[in-house]
Design a protein. Sequence first.
Length: 235
Amino acid sequence: MVRQPPLGKRVSLRIGPSALLRIMPPGEILGHDGPVTVERREGSKGARTRMAILDAAEQIMSEGGYAAVTSRSVASRVGVNAGLIHYYFPTLDDLFVALIDRGADVNTQRLARALASSKPLEALWKLNSDRRGVSVLDELMAATHHRPALREQVTAQAERLRGVELAALAELLPQYGIDVERFPPALVAATLQGVALLLARQGNLGVSTGRNDAIAAAEAAIADLEAARHTSGHS
């Protein structure tokens, strides 16, 4: 059991599947396989310190890779001593797991907003094209090769997010005139995410050959689909 300091008032949120296609208020977490109860601690100095530690770890990971994240580097970035980092996160695995969980919560909210927007496929494309987010994701994925606990956590969160996305796409795709028998939600989600992630990674690497053309073609195709959906009265 990871020891945690008291972090102030606990706020319990209970969300059911009916929340799937509405915009999520700040702090609310979307459930998929039945209602989900989420506890959020807020309002204390401890909560702010914990948040600052996570922010610093994510920044360091984005800049220098997961191997650059140490208790000393995080403490230096936050402006505290390394012992305080261990107080909140006894091991680096605890810190990485907390980063994964926080990222999943944020991405769940972003995904819900994208799916509930007036242009869902365009919003999904932009969500998956976030280069900084892709950079952090790639570093966490690299860390899972050496840290089994992280692999289990990343897999669980990825499965949850994909389930939410597929359930929503099953309802949305017919609105675009897409035949879900020929192009099932799993294929559309994998294609959209796969292309977006590849182009984001190319951008992070500095690969430019053909990249802008591919982005323009993808965005034009998505714009055509959104226009067709609008014409059919679903915007």
